[in-house]
Design a protein around this ligand. Structure first.
Ligand SMILES: [Zn+2]
Ligand SMILES: [Zn+2]
Length: 329
């Protein structure tokens, strides 16, 4: 990663920090040592972010979730508890990033992809990007997230779907837990490509793409129809034998990785030159910038395999422009 000198920005004030490469685990011929380093290194695939995200469902399930026995019938009290807990989690993550990097402006525009700050604009609800983003994230996002979670609990509580006992199947339990991140990437790629199908784009996904200059609250700022599609990954656990923890993790992964993926910075600085490791999603930033590329995430490089990968280089940009001209004439 290079510095942030203004002369490294293009004529639109955008900074192009690096070329994105796919994980060593997919290299051919295989490079087992590099693959292991990617999997278990620091920063790497698991550490620190995915590993940290894996712990939140444990705290949620043991301390912040009503007893499953009370969730056999739909009742206001426990549903409200789950809703406000989810709002709290989102506010903590999206609000935390936003407060530090967009209100306090702790590092100014250092490492910021776009040197402008999100703010007032007519195309947003209430005439302001952040207010618009918070509205859609909480009113629609947390409602749909909670609805899927509530129905999952109700299905588990009534025995309508299988309940995985971790003591009987510990290996399967852990493997399924570990599979959630790649499952989510594959699901996100497929549903995101579907959302770029013109009728669905015009009906729903356009709303997320109002955010060209993204911020943490842009992550879950989506049309309700998109939220309904975005959170469907949890249905895996209605079919595959699972524990409520898997369902919680799947939904939290969708809900909380979204603000993380939209911080708008290549690096988040702790102090001086100390940075939070692995704290950027340049891959998804390029999707917001150029629309017709990088639909998934780099940890399962489906975009590379299906020809929609933009690695941030001028060469990739030219190739994409050419493809666009061929499609649109
Ligand atoms: Zn996005
Ligand atoms: Zn999109």
């Amino acid at each position: 990663m290079t510095g942030t000198a203004r002369d490294s920005r293009d004529n639109r004030g955008e900074w192009q920090p690096r070329i994105i490469t796919s994980p060593a685990i997919f290299d051919w011929p295989p490079r087992p040592l590099a693959a292991l380093k990617w999997l278990f290194g620091y920063p790497g695939y698991l550490l620190p972010w995915i590993g940290f995200l894996m712990l939140i469902p444990l705290v949620t399930w043991f301390f912040l979730t009503p007893d499953l026995a009370t969730m056999k019938t739909f009742e206001f009290d426990w549903i409200a508890t789950v809703f406000f807990r989810n709002v709290g989690l989102l506010v903590l993550v999206a609000g935390g990033f936003h407060f530090r990097f967009y209100i306090q402006k702790a590092q100014g525009t250092r490492y910021k992809y776009n040197e402008n700050w999100p703010g007032k604009h007519r195309r947003f609800l209430f005439g302001h990007q952040t207010r618009d983003n918070i509205f859609w994230s909480i009113v629609s996002g947390c409602t749909v997230w909670t609805a899927y979670e509530v129905v999952s609990y109700w299905l588990f509580a009534n025995g309508h779907i299988g309940y995985l006992n971790w003591e009987q199947h510990p290996v399967y339990f852990v493997l399924l837990y570990l599979a959630i991140n790649p499952l989510r990437t594959i699901h996100f790629y497929l549903t995101h490509r579907l959302l770029h199908w013109q009728p669905l784009y015009r009906a729903a996904h356009y709303l997320h793409h109002k955010n060209v200059n993204i911020g943490p609250w842009s992550g879950l700022s989506m049309h309700p129809v998109e939220h309904l599609i975005y959170f469907t990954g949890v249905l895996f656990h209605w079919v595959l034998l699972a524990h409520p923890l898997h369902a919680i993790f799947h939904l939290q992964h969708a809900g909380l990785m979204a603000p993380y993926g939209h911080t708008g910075f290549e690096n988040l600085v702790i102090k001086g030159d100390r940075k939070l490791p692995g704290s950027s999603d340049y891959f998804h930033y390029l999707h917001h910038r150029y629309f017709e590329c990088n639909y998934g995430a780099i940890d399962v490089p489906l975009d590379k395999w299906f020809g929609t990968f933009h690695d941030g280089s001028a060469k990739a940009h030219e190739a994409m422009q050419k493809m666009r001209q061929q499609v649109h004439g």
